[in-house]
Design a protein around this ligand. Sequence first.
Ligand code: CA
Length: 230
Amino acid sequence: MAAQPRLLIVEDDAHIRRLLRVAVERAGYAVGEAATAREALSLADIDKPELVLLDLGLPDRDGLELIQLFRVHTGAAVIVVSAREDTSEKVAALDLGADDYLTKPFDTEELLARVRTALRHRVTGEAGRTLVAADDVEIDLERRRVRRSGEDVHLSPKEYDVLAELAKRPDRVIGHRQLLRTVWGPAQENQVDYLRIIVRNLRQKLERDPARPALITNEPGVGYRLVTET
Ligand code: CA
């Protein structure tokens, strides 16, 4: 059997730290714990975790500063664990290279799904998949083609480009700004309305029930996610 992936939990709240530990240990991961940024950095050096669950509100240092340190020095995936109201913090975390975030209070299943997704991407890299399936929709990134139940779906170039950006990193949240930058260009990175219109069109064309989207889900104030795991 392969070695268990190592996770590092960085959280100063002992109660939340314990909840996180119990959940991921039960799923079979090996776990280290740190309550401060300092502890986290020295433990990361020794333990070489593959994934870090990172609270941003730490007593000795802004958690945002740690994201880049982890990414650069350890190559670990980073999932930020954040309070619900901290939308701008989540956006900043994604911009700094966090793989995803989890909102407190979190659901254990959601936590484990995020961990699996982040670890999988860390192993396979971004460029691996050219065919992405989500429910009855299939996105062929090589041929720029989208099918639904085997039928071609006609998308405008912008619709396709937004969908493709989401499909390149399935099940992970992609920030508004990143989508706008990539699809429209850096000058338009604040035009969230452009994005909203395109996403609404995509939902009309691809969702079973466009009023209750299950394929392209909204992360309020942050971005969108293409859901391929059920
Ligand atoms: Ca905290």
